[in-house]
Write a new protein. Structure first.
Length: 166
């Protein structure tokens, strides 16, 4: 039994409210872990299978399946030992996914430069098999020598030049 608006109700299937004493009552749907997971998965237009594939690609040791995601969403399973992996794959803060507290996203996009935020969102929409290549590309841009960190700032290529004999 739960009390809502100082009236006693009996919650049925987390969706319906039955008044116990023929007094009208209001039932508030609680946003559960499964509700938040489904909401975010659907917002990113992913199926259970696609999300499970992405999790496996990012975290090869994670035993997250299409069925386990479905059970979490429907409430048949109340917890998972892979919440961090699931949340991270969706770009969510694990604490928010579990308890709906704290920042929703791992990175607050409003704190980023608009171009960086747009790039990050584009990266998140890539297919799992495309992300490693894109990550290597972005990492190569931050290696020494690309920003003049190792050599003269005016040099585009800091590698030593080969001299021709003669």
């Amino acid at each position: 039994m739960a009390a809502f608006n100082k009236q006693t109700c009996l919650a049925v299937n987390n969706l319906t409210c039955l008044p116990l004493y023929k007094v009208p009552c209001t039932f508030v749907v609680m946003r559960t872990l499964g509700f938040r997971l489904r909401e975010e998965r659907e917002a990113q237009q992913l199926t259970h299978g696609q999300l499970a594939y992405r999790i496996k690609a990012l975290f090869p040791k994670a035993a997250v399946t299409q069925q386990s995601l479905s059970q979490l969403e429907t409430g048949k399973s109340k917890r998972s030992s892979y919440i961090v992996e699931i949340a991270t794959t969706l770009g969510l803060n694990p604490t928010w996914l579990l308890h709906e507290s704290g920042a929703k996203y791992l990175i607050e996009l409003t704190a980023l430069d608009p171009a960086d935020a747009q790039g990050l969102l584009a990266f998140m929409k890539l297919k799992a098999d495309q992300k490693p290549l894109a990550a290597r590309f972005f990492n190569s841009l931050t290696e020494p020598g690309h920003d003049g960190e190792d050599g003269d700032e005016n040099d585009v290529d800091s590698r030593p030049k080969k001299r021709r004999p003669g």
